[in-house]
Write a protein that binds this ligand. Structure first.
Ligand SMILES: NC(=O)C1=CN([C@@H]2O[C@H](COP(=O)(O)OP(=O)(O)OC[C@H]3O[C@@H](n4cnc5c(N)ncnc54)[C@H](OP(=O)(O)O)[C@@H]3O)[C@@H](O)[C@H]2O)[C@@H](O)CC1
Ligand SMILES: [K+]
Length: 486
């Protein structure tokens, strides 16, 4: 067991993603795990261990801090902060603790931590110090269930306004550990040390922006039970065999590009080609006269009615507009492997018949790639409801339509019926620009055409798409540029 914590993921926009897949566990599981280790590990309680790990991390990330403000809440998150405060004071720091509760009413462990902090000579003050070099957010962890008000809200505002780093204990106060939904008033930290388990909410929804660099310490407790979600790991480089030919990597057919939207189909097609597909066909619904993409002459243009696409991987949507609607019954009924995006999903959302067709497709051959609003239309709800529980929404879609779901957004979620959902760790706000969704749909098509199972194809494509944005040096990344780098 070690009080050294491991860095899981750098903060948003800092580049390279985590080096491996991590199991993610929700707060109910975390509490059960805590209950099965009531006495902690070795001769320390879990809280003592957590406080020491936290103090060591603080020393590592802000080694020159002299004054450290520790804002403590009424629960055990506050107890972790008090344990850390005692260590940091003993190590020569000037520590100021703010409390807004009666410590005599705390849990046994948190009360003991308060006594230790007092004995160590920590200062207590109802207000933040006038100047501080770092702050520990030990207000609320997995027990924050209500909006933060009064002194707690004031302290969060003070942390967020400070130019000095905040280290969140377990998770930023005001963030939902399970869903990543952020309360209106929540901490935006530069570092977050997740304790005992890594929580899914750190990696999706509001989590990525609230957490900064994410660190993990298991407090010495090994947990081999199935996780509630997985943080997707890096994609293995697959070697192309020397004795291969274009047929080995499959054919992709892009159906989309209604009048005025031809570019969307071209972006998806270029992306499929650069993503490794053997041959890529484009059926531009709004521009039948188009026979060449001068910037990508490898693409082949055909009329949808004339092409034998029965053995290909179809990518449908991509600027399909109204024109894609009439082809959807045929596509859903006969496409061998299928990626559905954008307008294709909107038409399905409005048609119970198409929905039934989608749900009845053979298992493991279909991937849908909705953004939150498209997901909301398919679930007959609002984007806000989808965003409030992205893992839940993606899983509901997967079960309802019996397909792999890629719910796009910060911390893209990939879900499949009866499988553990994945959260993708790569990508950043450079992807928030027109056409990047078309690039992703084409890339998923390429991975499907190469013979990957649908879940694997989706996870790999999403990871690579985000990784290309993480590795892009410029401040702006266009979808055309993205196509070449996946
Ligand atoms: N689990 C583990 O294995 C380990 C857990 N550890 C640590 O414990 C943390 C979980 O502790 P926790 O259960 O005491 O919850 P926590 O987040 O401190 O808050 C609950 C308190 O806040 C209160 N409260 C809530 N919202 C409020 C509001 N808006 N405004 C005001 N009050 C509000 C709530 O009051 P109540 O709702 O009961 O009235 C209750 O008193 C966990 O995140 C980790 O840091 C580690 O020590 C070791 C291993
Ligand atoms: K916290």
């Amino acid at each position: 067991m070690s009080t050294n914590s491991e860095r899981v993921l750098p903060g948003t926009g800092l580049g390279a993603a985590g080096a491996r897949a991590w199991p993610l566990r929700d707060s109910a599981h975390t509490r059960a795990l805590e209950g099965s280790h009531p006495a902690g590990t070795g001769n320390r309680s879990l809280m003592e261990f957590a406080g020491l790990a936290l103090a060591r991390l603080a020393l590592a990330v802000v080694p020159h801090a002299r004054t450290i403000w520790v804002a403590c809440g009424p629960g055990n998150n506050g107890g972790d902060g008090l344990e850390a405060a005692a260590h940091l004071q003993q190590w020569g720091k000037q520590v100021v603790v703010s409390l807004a509760h009666d410590p005599e009413k705390s849990s046994t462990d948190a009360h003991a931590a308060w006594l230790k902090a007092r004995a160590a000579g920590v200062s207590f003050n109802d207000h933040p110090p006038e100047a501080f070099d770092a702050c520990l957010d030990a207000l609320f962890g997995i027990g924050a269930l209500r909006p933060l008000q009064g002194a707690y809200a004031d302290w969060v505002a003070c942390m967020n306004a400070a130019s000095t780093p905040t280290i969140a204990v377990d998770l930023p106060s005001g963030l939902d550990a399970d869903t990543g939904a952020a309360m209106p008033m929540h901490v935006t930290a530069q570092h977050t040390l997740s304790l005992l388990t890594l929580k899914p909410g750190l990696f999706t929804g509001g989590g990525r922006d609230a957490c900064g660099d994410i660190w993990f310490n298991d407090l010495g407790v090994q947990d081999s039970s199935p996780p509630q979600a997985l943080l997707a790991g890096p994609v293995a480089i697959t070697r192309r065999l020397h004795a291969s030919h274009k047929g080995t990597f499959g054919d992709v057919c892009i159906v989309g590009g209604a009048p005025g939207m031809t570019g969307a189909a071209l972006l998806a097609a270029r992306s499929a080609l650069h993503g490794g597909a053997g041959r890529v066909f484009v059926c531009p619904l709004g521009a039948p006269e188009l026979t060449l993409d001068p910037q990508c002459p490898e693409l082949m243009f055909r009329s949808f009615d004339d092409l034998d696409w029965s053995a290909m991987t179809l990518v449908a949507g991509c600027g399909g507009g109204q024109a894609i609607a009439e082809s959807l019954p045929l596509i859903l009924g006969h496409a061998k492997q299928l990626v559905l995006d954008a307008d294709a999903l909107n038409h399905i959302a409005h048609s119970p018949v198409l929905q039934q067709q989608l749900a009845q497709r053979p298992a493991g051959h279909t991937v849908i790639t909705p953004h939150p609003l498209e997901a909301a239309r398919l679930l007959a709800t609002t984007a806000a409801v989808v965003q409030a529980d992205r893992l839940g929404a993606a899983q509901s879609l997967a079960e309802r339509f019996q397909c792999v779901v890629v719910l796009k957004g910060s911390g893209t979620v990939i879900a499949a019926p009866g499988d553990i959902p994945r959260i993708n760790p790569t990508g950043n706000a450079k992807l928030a620009t027109a056409g990047t969704g078309d690039v992703l749909a084409g890339l998923v098509g390429a991975h499907l055409a190469a013979g990957r199972p649908a879940m694997q194809a989706a996870c790999e494509a999403v990871y690579r798409h985000g990784q290309a944005a993480d590795q892009w040096q410029g401040t702006v990344l266009s979808a055309s540029q993205l196509c070449h780098r996946t």
